[in-house]
Design a protein around this ligand. Structure first.
Ligand code: NAD
Length: 732
């Protein structure tokens, strides 16, 4: 056989070599320096061997080709650069450039090796693996294969020829859309785009061999004279129509916040003007630039490394044995409970969904019926699976059915007395080892725990709406919550494939506390006379997915009023700015409750008309001329006020791990993802710069921007949250 650690190589009597990638120590193949060395060595041997007529490259892992590159390689590259530049800046940059292009030129070597190579894609094929497949001369894929170049999602871009080959194989709009979104393609979709040649249900390797036996050319179209781009040349009437639109769409979608996305446009535009080798060099140059940006570093750390760690249970108490969850009880089949029942059944768990009467419980189950129907219609769920999913939900008014539940989640009205009443009933049916959780959004877990049958087995599991879409769950620890409860809660969140952050009990927990700052800042801006459209645009330009006024309409303006009243009741009148209270109560008094009422900060005319800002909003406050508003400063105010609140939660010990604050802020309220999250925003610019920014804003807008004592102390020693709170060490 072979001398490789990660590959087997077999050449049959037909002269076709099959190189099978199967890393012994990993469940999924990923590119590492060692893997690339072995690929190079294997191809050098195959090219030199006159008996070899062609090569099939495939994977030995069931259902997966590769997950792409090990992103730690990028970290190592940057670390090497940082250490080498101390003695030789220019040499270090050249070395980084070479390392960044390693994959590019290896794939190019395979593309120009003179023998036909076919990728047999047996399943998931991501990033660098898809780029390798595109460099091959043919691609056959199993119908279940999923293909993507998702790099843009972690702040970089496909830098091993991906931008060049996709743009030469499919029309420019589809190419850019796929590259900029990082979207996953089914095998059929990839075939439709010309990125895969054949979708084969049978033996992939045989199909790949047949392509070679049928005379597959080892020369790529773009390496032949007279090659024509699918959408025509850049400088042509067609190109003149496409490119200006691309540029404006890019700005609209990204507000130019993502260096990775910007580089994709540049690579494709500039690369299509020149031959392949020069184009690859252009791509390599941009890649070298992008991997050194703060955005790439922060996005990789949060959205890849930390996200994986949290999903794998970084905060789970190690000495509690894994729980074998079978049945989950959900009490309250309203808006939230119905959603929780759906995601739980979707994860294959049995659900007992309880409400005050059978009819209301059934209405809660009907929510799942509606969602399932939609999935079946979109062909994302088979009829059989849909039926099985619904079969797992038992809707009932009988608390006795909860006896078999391993975990009971309460989602009844947000009312202490109602919750206390429910806790009494739960006491009678809670299993000896079962855990009891509440989905409350405002009531401290420790006070609810007082009515629970066993405080150590009581915990908060706080979902976000809509439950089936929002990926975050806050797991809230009460004062007496035990390790078993935490472990079970985290095992449950993992089972339903959401990302947990563990938060200590406090008003608003983490996400709502920060997002309230976002809305409050928009009230202040309105009161200052900033035109409402500028407020919304500045927030989006700062990287927020939804403007604060639109968000307020989504969550309901009367809910804002309720929260303000509760805050004043619990913390005193001064805890709420009277001008904010006046704004919100005057809106609710005139029925402007938000989207659900068809009017709030926006008007919501019947479709297809789009929502538009309520014109009278401008009349309420003296409007500043747009030219007098510092747009950049509005952006800073939004990001800084939320980041400051996140910093406060860490200082108070509400959140103890910066990774959780970062992930919680991105998944919970869409905090500008290019920053890596609310804490990485501070670390990314450096605590001294953040404190300076806050001081400047505090001088102009008031003490809400005053840096906390911890921030000042950290700024003085140029400390970061990740260094100080151990996240960096844990994330490594
Ligand atoms: P909801 O009014 O839509 O549903 C509450 C349900 O509880 C109703 O179906 C009601 O019939 C039922 N119920 C009331 N008393 C009961 C009892 N004694 N036994 C059984 N069922 C009973 O409310 P919701 O929006 O789903 O909120 C539920 C909980 O989730 C609240 O604690 C809320 O704070 C929390 N929460 C809400 C959101 C949100 O966006 N709405 C987000 C996170 C958390």
């Amino acid at each position: 056989m072979t001398e490789f650690k990660n590959f087997t190589l077999q050449t049959d009597s037909d002269g076709i070599a099959v190189l099978t990638w199967d890393m012994p120590d990993r469940s999924m193949n990923v590119f590492t320096e060692e893997v690339m060395d072995e690929i190079e060595k294997a191809f050098d041997g195959l090219v030199a061997d006159a008996a070899v007529k062609g090569v099939v490259f495939t994977s030995g892992k069931e259902g997966s080709f590769t997950g792409g590159a090990d992103l730690n390689m990028l970290r190592r590259m940057n670390e090497a650069y940082e250490s080498e530049r101390k003695s030789d800046e220019e040499g270090a940059m050249r070395a980084l450039f070479d390392r960044a292009g390693r994959m590019t030129w290896l794939w190019r070597k395979i593309e120009t090796c003179g023998k036909p190579v076919v990728a047999a894609i047996n399943g998931t094929c991501m990033g660098g693996g898809f780029e390798l497949a595109l460099a091959c001369h043919g691609r056959v894929a199993s119908p279940k294969a999923k293909l993507a170049l998702p790099e843009v999602k972690v702040g970089i871009f496909p830098g091993a020829g991906g931008t060049q080959r996709v743009a030469r194989m499919t029309d420019i709009q589809s190419a850019l859309q796929m590259l900029l979104k990082g979207s996953t393609l089914s095998a059929d979709k990839a075939k439709g785009m010309g990125l895969v040649d054949e979708v084969v249900a049978g033996d992939l390797v045989e199909a790949a061999k047949a392509m070679i036996a049928n005379g597959l050319s080892p020369e790529k179209p773009w390496d032949r004279k007279g090659f024509k781009l699918p959408s025509g040349p850049v400088y042509s009437p067609q190109g003149a129509q496409v490119w200006p639109a691309v540029s404006s769409l890019y700005r609209k979608e990204t507000y130019d916040n993502y260096p990775g996305a910007r580089a994709i446009i540049k690579c494709v535009y500039e690369g299509l003007l020149v031959p392949m080798d020069t184009a690859l060099r252009i791509e390599q140059r941009y890649f070298t630039e992008v991997i050194r940006t703060t955005e790439a570093a922060m996005m990789i750390r949060s959205l890849f490394v930390s996200m994986q760690a949290l999903n794998k249970g970084a905060r789970r108490p190690k000495d509690v044995a894994p729980t074998d969850l079978k049945t989950i009880g959900v009490i309250g089949a309203g808006f939230m409970g119905a959603g929780v029942a759906f995601v739980t059944a979707q994860a294959g768990l049995d659900v007992v969904l309880v409400d005050r009467d059978e009819e209301t419980a059934a209405r809660g189950k009907a929510h799942s019926e509606k969602l399932v129907k939609g999935l079946v219609e979109k062909k994302r769920l088979s009829e059989d699976k849909a039926e099985a999913l619904l079969g797992r939900i038992t809707a009932t008014a009988d608390y006795e059915a909860l006896r078999k539940a391993d975990l009971i989640i309460e989602a009844v009205f947000e009312d202490r007395d109602v919750k206390a009443e429910v806790s009494k009933k739960v006491a009678a049916v809670l299993g000896e080892h079962a855990i009891y959780a509440s989905n409350t959004s405002t009531i401290p877990i420790s006070t609810l725990a007082e009515n629970a049958p066993d405080e150590s087995r009581f915990i908060g599991i706080h979902f976000f709406s809509p439950v089936d879409k929002m990926m975050l769950t806050e797991v809230i620890l009460g004062e007496k919550t035990g390790d078993k409860a935490l472990a079970v809660a985290l095992d449950y969140v993992r089972a339903i494939k959401k990302t947990p952050i563990v938060v200590n009990d406090t008003r608003g927990f983490f996400a709502n506390r920060c997002v309230l700052r976002y809305m409050n800042e928009s009230y202040d801006m309105l009161i200052e006379g900033v035109p409402p459209a500028m407020i919304e645009n500045a927030a989006k330009a700062a990287g927020m997915p939804v403007g604060p006024l639109a968000l307020n309409d989504e969550v309901a303006v009367d809910l804002s009023e309720k929260i303000m009243k509760a805050t004043m009741r619990d913390m005193g009148e001064d805890a709420v700015d009277p001008r904010h209270f006046e704004l919100v109560t005057s809106m609710t008094a005139s029925g402007r409750l938000g989207r659900k009422a068809g009017k709030g900060f926006y008007d919501y005319p019947d479709k297809p008309a789009k929502k538009r800002l309520w014109p009278d909003l401008k009349a309420r406050y003296d409007q500043k001329p747009a030219s007098e508003v510092d747009f950049e400063e509005l952006k800073h105010r939004f990001l800084a006020t939320m980041a400051l609140e996140a910093a406060r939660t860490m200082e108070e010990g509400v959140v103890v791990d910066p990774r959780e604050a970062d992930i919680g802020s991105i998944l919970g309220f869409g905090y500008a993802p290019y920053t890596g999250g609310a804490i990485s925003y501070i670390d990314g610019m450096g605590t001294p710069a953040f404190v300076e920014l806050c001081e400047r804003l505090a001088a102009k807008y008031g003490e809400r921007f005053e840096p906390t004592p911890l921030l000042r102390e950290m700024a003085a020693s140029n400390d970061t949250f990740y260094a100080r709170f151990g996240g960096a060490k844990r994330a490594a």
